[in-house]
Design a protein around this ligand. Structure first.
Ligand code: PLP
Length: 407
């Protein structure tokens, strides 16, 4: 064994992990972490939902045993999580054609989805991601031995999606291409696809028979209404298109370490659903056997108990508004103080961004120098807006302007 172990090379951490490590090692009491994708509330520490605390208390009293869970997480979990994505009145749910399993977070859903996609009889299989991509899509697709391909999406000059290029690529790539899309609060670009393009996207996907994997990790952060963040998915449902959804509850229930997620695969009918479910269960069995029971009970309690669900949705709305307010304040402050540093940027373009992050390409030029001021961001220029508080906003905006002026 020694001979093999010593041959293994150390793998460099990805940009986000690297930045977190540097932040942790920084002894300064001024340090600010704007790199990690964890959502902080008003006071700058990890958001705590009262609804989740109450659910936790209920389930701790209700259940004492912790047996193995059915490997799909059970029918109750499936139905409750499906409703958030497909709607209370979903025809796919009524037709009983969605194969759902509880997964180890949204990442687990992506991992199982990729494993499942390997069962497709595709020679030289490729997966498309929109550019610039979520870095873990890239890592996971590559390590699963798919060819990673890009389609045009975000334009750094427009600070928006370049719809011409994006739609052209969707039209021009091979039929039946597998494409990862984020239906809302796109990480890292912090943008939503505009609803006026939904019809065209849906028609192209229908015509080209593309296989869409929706990765939804920020439902509820778009503008505080969870239904509004899945309108594109619901439009696919209207048109009877089959697709895959990877769902995460890390951010919208603040259940990061509980690893709460689900994978949904829309099938042709109930018979096909049974077949696909059996395949997902075999894949799960090979990896980790069954999902986590505490997480299952927690998510079910929140979604099943009408009072808790209402409280959770209100808390989520509040959090989403808080982040939107901080974003506006942050870019307004940059606009105001930049004169002092002889800068002349238009910061207002970033105020349209949505979700936990803001993506500011010009920050990639100063991500190194910001570290000298104990401010940690991701190399691409993505910042976690919820890490900005009333206590540190002046410090952060001053240092950003200083670093930009020294470039
Ligand atoms: N997908 C996207 C786009 C994300 O941003 C994240 C988390 O940051 C995930 C998936 C993974 O979520 P989880 O923590 O539930 O694995």
């Amino acid at each position: 064994m020694e001979k093999y172990l010593c041959e293994i090379k150390e793998i460099e951490a990805d940009e986000i992990l690297k930045s977190i490590n540097e932040y942790n090692a920084d002894p300064s009491n001024k340090k600010v972490n704007l790199s990690i994708g964890v959502c902080a509330g008003n006071n700058g520490s990890v958001q705590i939902f009262n609804s989740v605390l109450k659910a936790e208390q209920i389930i701790t009293e209700k259940y004492k045993e912790k047996p193995y869970l059915l490997s799909n997480g059970g029918d109750v979990f499936s139905l409750l999580t499906q409703k958030l994505i497909f709607g209370e009145d979903s025809k796919y749910i009524k037709e009983n054609r969605i194969s759902t399993i509880q997964t180890i977070g949204g990442t687990g859903a992506i991992a199982i989805a990729l494993e499942f996609l390997k069962c497709f009889n595709i020679c030289n299989p490729s997966i498309y991601v929109t550019n610039i991509p979520y870095i873990n899509h890239v890592n996971m697709i590559k390590s699963n031995k798919f060819n990673l391909k890009y389609i045009n999406f975000f334009d750094n000059n427009l600070i928006d999606i370049n719809y011409n290029l994006f739609l052209n690529d969707l039209k021009n790539i091979d039929n039946e291409s597998i494409i990862f899309l984020q239906p809302s609060c796109y990480n890292p670009c912090s943008i939503n696809i505009k609803s006026e393009y939904f019809e065209e996207i849906t028609n192209i996907v229908l015509l080209k028979k593309h296989i869409i994997v929706f990765d939804i990790a920020y439902q509820g952060f778009g503008n505080g209404e969870i239904d509004n963040d899945v309108i594109l998915i619901r439009q696919f449902q209207e048109k009877n298109i089959p697709f895959i959804v990877c769902q995460s509850f890390a951010k919208n229930m603040s259940l990061y370490g509980e690893r709460a997620g689900a994978l949904h695969i829309v099938c042709k009918n109930e018979n096909e659903k049974k077949k696909i479910l059996s395949s997902l269960l075999i894949i799960t069995r090979r990896f980790y056997s069954s999902p986590t029971i505490h997480t299952n009970r927690l998510v079910c309690e929140i979604l099943q108990n009408p009072n808790l669900k209402e409280e959770w949705l209100n808390e989520l709305k509040e959090l989403s508004h808080h982040i939107a307010n901080i974003r506006n304040l942050f870019f307004d402050k940059l606009q105001q103080i930049q004169n002092k540093y002889n800068l002349d940027y238009d910061w207002s373009v970033y105020k349209k961004q949505v979700g936990l992050f803001s993506y500011v390409p010009i920050f990639s030029d100063i991500f190194q120098s910001l570290k000298n001021h104990h401010i940690y961001i991701v190399k691409t220029g993505r910042i976690n807006v919820s890490g900005i508080t009333m206590d540190n906003i002046d410090y952060i905006t001053e240092k950003i302007c200083l670093c930009l002026s020294e470039r």
